[in-house]
Design a binder for this molecule. Structure first.
Ligand code: FES
Length: 98
């Protein structure tokens, strides 16, 4: 479904998407890592539980919210990958902290 362009930079950065190692080009976003991992969804709607995944890839739709390195509610399309980054599915709503 999602493929890199033939002229894309080589995939040299290893991240973990839902615990699975994925190689991603340097400078790509965590949302690209999700798509390269073959996932179409990375979060669930808090009310309905319906799946959502990266859509706009430019910070507008918020359908890419994920837990990145243990921090929930991050817009995966706005976060560049880093070696060893852990990207995980966000389930439900984020907890409010006092
Ligand atoms: S994919 Fe739309 S805000 Fe990230």
């Amino acid at each position: 479904m999602f493929r890199t362009r033939p002229d894309a930079r080589p995939a040299t950065v290893e991240v973990l998407v839902e615990g699975t190692p994925v190689l991603v080009p340097e400078g790509a976003s965590a949302a690209v890592a999700v798509l390269l991992a073959g996932l179409s969804a990375i979060r669930e709607m808090p009310v309905t539980g319906s799946p959502r995944g990266p859509l706009c890839l430019m910070g507008v739709c918020f359908d890419c919210l994920a837990e990145i390195d243990g921090v929930p509610n991050r817009q995966a399309c706005m976060v560049p990958v880093a070696p060893g980054m852990r990207i995980a599915r966000q389930r439900g709503a984020r907890e409010a902290r006092p």
